[in-house]
Design a protein around this ligand. Structure first.
Ligand code: SPD
Length: 425
């Protein structure tokens, strides 16, 4: 052997872009490439980046295989480094070229640790060795796949066991991941929308605050909310006669019915009128004064939800509210989306009147920064603190066995940190 190891540095061009963005398939291919070459896998870690791109490494007893992909160029850069004679890295190279459907590839081989240049050092090998008495000698294999929602400056990563749903709808990429910490998770265009384990914070806060403040809500409208969580919470309020929900994307509903059934559990409720259509159009065509509560349960202001953040849309919402009606919106993270946050509060103030608009907060670990805001805007005089009935709220929370909302949370959610107060002053 003329060297300790062989390192081939590989370029794969014109690969299938959808493969270059499929973290599960890439991980399986990289592990397959290691195994077919005769390597022993110890561990592998892969990340999917939002909106696209995959990085990962497979650690093998004989060294490692690493990858980074650029789906937008159909390109992958790969390192295959093997030590000893037993593993042939060129077998991995050929395997991956096929797996990635690469039109062409190129590779250079470097000899690592030229024997001619190495001198064996004298040392006591026993002292450097781990105590092996407690293990049976076989490597423990572990596997990590990560979903990452990434912005320019911050990222949120969640480890998962694979993707359960992946459809490009007419509006957005709809995916469901099986995360290890938060259960099944819905993402739209690579952004976390809801997870089984923390969804209750968002859905309880977006519904019970207005419904326990309004004196006698009868008709409620949800714009968006295709996962069904907001509808599920609303339908706990027996006084409501009807809940209309207008979701633009039937694939979101399909994904959640199939994989987030605890959130989508009320989508067939007899009082729910579920409409698959454009919420902006629905609001424009709805009769004036026809809803007591309107909840805008939207995605972030990019893609299909952009129009839900416009002045014209909120003016229409104002029009369709009854005289003492309340509008609630998810109003992003004050820290993370500070520009949008400031702008929308200005708009709400200009439509409802400054003193009729209030911001409240909740803590949602899977959203950027964890601090999330909701806006409360009243057409009439319903004040979220002066007009809410503490006893009724406590009774409701106890009877319904809620996980987040209670009378104390209702009040304290409106206590804002100074930096948030300044932003909406
Ligand atoms: N960045 C996350 C914003 C998500 C807001 N909507 C979530 C929908 C849950 N029903």
């Amino acid at each position: 052997m003329a060297s300790l190891g062989r390192h081939i540095i590989v370029e794969y061009y014109d690969c299938a872009p959808e493969i270059m963005n499929d973290v599960v398939l890439i991980q399986e291919s990289m592990e397959g490439a290691a195994e077919i070459a005769g390597a022993t896998i110890i561990n592998s870690t892969f990340h999917h980046f939002s909106p696209y791109g995959v990085s990962g490494v497979v650690v093998i007893e004989e060294s490692h295989l690493a990858i980074h992909t650029w789906p937008e160029f159909g390109y992958a850069s790969v390192d295959i480094f093997t030590c000893g004679e037993a593993v042939d890295p060129w077998i991995s190279y050929q395997f991956l070229k096929k797996a990635f459907k690469a039109d062409h590839g190129s590779a250079v081989e470097l000899k690592r640790g030229e024997m001619a240049l190495l001198t064996r050092k004298e040392f006591d090998v026993k002292q450097l060795r781990d105590d092996k008495s407690s293990d049976d000698g076989s490597p423990i294999r572990t596997k990590d796949i990560w979903f990452t929602e990434r912005d320019d400056k911050i990222a949120l990563s969640l480890k998962h066991d694979g993707k359960l749903y992946d459809v490009q709808s007419d509006f957005q990429r709809v995916e469901v991941y099986n995360t290890q910490a938060y259960g099944n998770m819905l993402t739209l265009d690579g952004m976390v929308m809801t997870t089984e384990k923390d969804e209750y914070v968002y859905h309880e806060m977006i519904t019970h605050v207005p419904l326990l403040t309004h004196p006698n809500p009868k008709r409620a409208l949800i714009i968006g909310g295709g996962d069904g969580g907001t509808a599920r919470e609303m339908l706990r309020h027996e006084g409501l006669d009807e809940v209309v929900m207008v979701e633009i994307d039937d694939k979101v509903i399909e994904a959640c019915r199939e994989h987030l059934s605890s959130i989508a559990s009320a989508l067939d409720h007899p009082k729910l009128n579920l409409i698959v259509d454009d919420g902006i159009k629905y609001v424009k065509e709805a009769a004036s004064g026809s809803f007591d509560v309107v909840v805008v349960d939207s995605t972030d202001p990019v893609g299909p939800a952009e129009g839900l953040f416009s002045v014209d849309f909120y003016k229409e919402v104002y029009r369709i509210l009854s005289d003492d009606g309340i509008m609630i919106t998810q109003s992003e993270s004050p820290r993370f989306n500070n520009k949008v946050f400031k702008e929308i509060y200005e708009v709400y103030g200009s439509i409802f009147g400054k003193d009729k608009v209030h911001c409240y907060l909740a803590y949602i670990p899977t959203y950027p920064t964890g601090m999330w805001s909701f806006s409360y805007s009243a057409k009439g005089d319903a004040h979220p603190l002066n007009d809410f009935n503490k006893e009724k709220s406590k009774k409701f929370s106890d009877e319904q066995d809620l996980s987040y909302y209670n009378e104390g949370i209702h009040e304290s959610a409106f206590a804002l940190p100074n930096f948030v107060k300044k932003m909406i002053k």
